[in-house]
Design a binder for this molecule. Structure first.
Ligand SMILES: NC(=O)c1ccc[n+]([C@@H]2O[C@H](COP(=O)([O-])OP(=O)(O)OC[C@H]3O[C@@H](n4cnc5c(N)ncnc54)[C@H](OP(=O)(O)O)[C@@H]3O)[C@@H](O)[C@H]2O)c1
Length: 267
């Protein structure tokens, strides 16, 4: 990683921040990003105090101008891009029949287009370095789950993009990877998009079995170092993927029976 330049979208907190920090520990110059300036600058300060080479860019990657700003400012400052981790994303809450139509647009805009735009603008620079593009998906992107339908759809769309890009970019020797993350311990400020489109502070998930953001970061960095395509995290995530292929009707029955329980866990 020494001397490489890594952009991690949505890295002022959570999994993105842990991934940025691990890449920096391994010697990369890191570009952190988020929409909220105060939080991004406090993360930058924390990382600089630890001695890392950090550039912080406030930009909304769900619009083309924000994504362009992120990529071009990185190249202006560091002259190259070796790694793009498309991490920024938000989850949704509510059954489909309760969701305001604006929620569909916002989730797809952040989780799907918010990965496409930075990838599009970074691609020429990644071609020059034969770099890596990584998509942060979710175990909810393997099988559609109740309560988070549009979130699941946005993450499944990333699978199709990653598969297509892996083939299209193979001649340019760009590595493409996708990580399916299981439920992860969150920072206190984490928000999700509620059924009416408002932002909702996520309740404490200390009671639930979670992995740490650092565990996710290790898996992401290992995938980059080994230039692997796919990684599914957590035992539950792996079981979900396997059972969905081997016993899809059983999985349907289990989910139908437990959908209210899942809803309670989420709210
Ligand atoms: N946590 C989990 O349990 C879990 C499970 C599976 C998958 N994942 C996936 O892992 C990724 C990170 O999740 P997390 O829980 O670490 O998230 P998080 O704690 O909510 O942090 C999200 C980060 O993304 C930034 N962000 C959100 N929208 C953005 C936008 N439009 N433009 C730029 N930055 C934006 C946020 O900052 P601002 O709000 O200031 O912009 C923040 O830095 C997401 O893609 C998520 O879907 C998470």
């Amino acid at each position: 990683m020494r001397g490489k330049v890594a952009i991690i979208t949505g890295s002022s907190m959570g999994i993105g921040k842990a991934t940025a920090e691990l890449l920096a520990q391994k010697g990369a110059k890191i570009v952190i990003n988020g929409r909220t300036e105060s939080r991004l600058l406090s993360t930058k300060k924390e990382l600089i105090t630890k001695g890392y080479d950090v550039l912080a860019i406030v930009a909304d990657i769900s619009d083309t101008e924000g994504a362009k700003k992120l990529i071009h400012k990185t190249v202006d400052e560091f002259g190259r891009i070796d790694i793009l981790v498309n991490n920024a994303g938000m989850s949704s809450r509510g059954y489909f029949d309760e969701l305001a139509p604006e929620v569909f647009a916002e989730i797809m805009q952040i989780n799907f287009l918010g990965c496409m735009y930075p990838t599009k603008f970074a691609e020429p620079y990644l071609t020059a370095t034969q770099g890596s593009i990584v998509f942060i998906s979710s175990v909810a992107g393997i099988r559609g789950l109740p309560e988070t339908s549009i979130y699941c759809a946005s993450k499944m769309a990333l699978t199709a993009m990653a598969e297509s890009l892996k083939v299209e970019l193979s001649d340019k020797k760009i590595h493409v990877g996708i990580v399916y993350v299981g439920i992860t311990k969150n920072d206190p400020g984490k928000k999700v998009i509620n059924k009416d489109g408002s932002y909702l502070l996520l309740k404490d998930r200390a009671q639930r079995k979670t992995q740490s953001p650092e565990q996710v970061a290790s898996a992401v960095v290992r995938l980059i170092e080994k230039r692997k395509f796919k990684k599914i995290l957590t035992f539950l995530g792996k079981m979900n993927a396997l059972a969905n292929v081997l016993f899809p009707r059983l999985v349907d029955r289990i989910l139908i029976r437990s959908k209210e329980k899942i809803r309670k866990l989420n709210t």
